[in-house]
Design a protein around this ligand. Structure first.
Ligand code: SF4
Length: 382
């Protein structure tokens, strides 16, 4: 409701229709690039009248090209990059006495909630930017060097399940490229409106692949859309980095599902890593109160503000739990289909470290892929 939208302290309920700005950029001859978040492929067909859980990335890319996007890239790629950075950050904290538990930072509504309600706990947050913002920084640094398109001519659009991402992209810290890294965020609902307005019959479209080089993501990136997905993706990589052994069963079932707070413990060849996952801000508050009281002996916590994670985000079609079950099935079915299911095995991730970034947590990565947070508790004092 309008009152909730105005009062929401985390910006998750702030709704703008930004499609007009995207059309203007297209008409102005900008090089308009889209990145498509993991949850979007799960809910776009539903937004256009198909059954919940129907997933077809190929039709989505075709529709977006017909709407007028010059390039359509996959945010799964930068989800993999997030895992590389976040996994190494966790290892660094474990080995060097850093602040624990480390808490994920992919969800801007959660970040703003932490900044307003738990400012003294900010050192627990991973310094990694979200996949959206990592991608944005690369699209105006690495991509121009390879494509010959000047950063000033690029208009970078994120297609997200999320309204809080609109706030995230205008945070002043999100200008690592020297420009605003992501120019505009539009939601699944806004994209569905653009597809309808173009007179496209989504059900009948042929399939097109995501554009290269940011079109290849792994199953690990795919599961970011569900609560527990970031944790599972991180564990797949951290296990192999720490043990040096291949993880044969990549399915961490203990971190899946819609239980409000989930806990698990993973044995990394003698090192026990305790993890917890919360979705919905009420559950996040409970976990953070335990952290604050020194009663939470976890090493790693994932928090997503929306019930169910991003597949339940406010930019998607209206949900109920029956639909959410179908969306969740869609997430894990996509993960299973992919030939590569661990972020560190993505060949383009390996290439971008070799050619441009150097190493996880290195100087260039710090400049482009990490961020800082702000105490916003003043909001409650005025
Ligand atoms: Fe956005 Fe919700 Fe996902 Fe957070 S959980 S990133 S608020 S859609």
């Amino acid at each position: 409701c309008g009152q909730c939208i105005q009062a929401c302290p985390v910006g998750a309920l702030t709704i703008h229709d930004d499609t007009e700005h995207v059309y203007e950029a297209m008409e102005a001859g900008k090089h308009v690039i889209a990145q498509v978040a993991p949850a979007v492929r799960i809910t776009i067909a539903e937004a256009l009248g198909e059954n919940p859980g129907t997933v077809n990335k190929g039709r989505l890319v075709t529709a977006m090209k017909r709407v007028g996007f010059d390039k359509v890239f996959d945010t799964d790629f930068s989800a993999d990059l997030t895992i590389m950075e976040e996994g190494h950050e966790l290892l660094n904290r474990l080995q060097n006495g850093g602040t624990l538990p480390m808490v994920t930072s992919c969800c801007p509504a959660w970040i703003k909630f932490c900044e307003t309600s738990f400012p003294e706990e900010l050192p627990h947050l991973s310094t990694c930017k979200s996949p959206q913002q990592m991608f944005g920084a690369l699209l105006k640094t690495w991509y121009p060097e390879r494509s010959g398109v000047y950063p000033k001519d690029i208009y970078s659009v994120s297609i997200m399940p999320c309204t809080a991402k609109k706030f995230e992209c205008v945070r002043p810290e999100m200008n690592s490229s020297g420009y605003q890294d992501v120019d505009k965020v539009i939601t699944v609902q806004e994209l569905a409106n653009m597809i309808c307005a173009a007179g496209i019959n989504f059900a009948d479209l042929p399939e097109t692949e995501f554009d290269s080089p940011f079109g290849l993501g792994t199953g690990a990136g795919e599961i970011f859309g569900a609560t527990g997905g970031v944790m599972e993706a991180a564990l797949r990589t951290v296990y192999e980095v720490v043990t040096g052994e291949e993880l044969e069963d990549v399915d961490f079932n203990a971190v899946r599902g819609f239980e409000g707070i989930k806990e698990a413990s993973v044995d990394l060849k003698g090192i026990e890593v305790k993890v917890a996952i919360a979705h919905g801000l009420g559950n996040a508050r409970k976990l953070m109160n335990a952290v604050k009281a020194g009663e939470a002996d976890y090493h790693f916590i994932e928090v997503m503000a929306c019930p169910g994670g991003c597949i339940g985000g406010g930019g998607n079609p209206i949900k109920n739990w029956k639909k959410m079950e179908k969306r969740l099935e869609g997430v894990y079915a996509e993960d299973k289909k992919l030939p590569i299911r661990k972020s560190h095995e993505n060949p383009y991730i390996q290439k971008i470290y070799n050619d441009f970034l150097g190493e996880p947590l290195g100087e260039q990565s710090h400049k482009l892929l990490h961020t800082t947070y702000i105490d916003r508790s003043d909001i409650f004092k005025s």
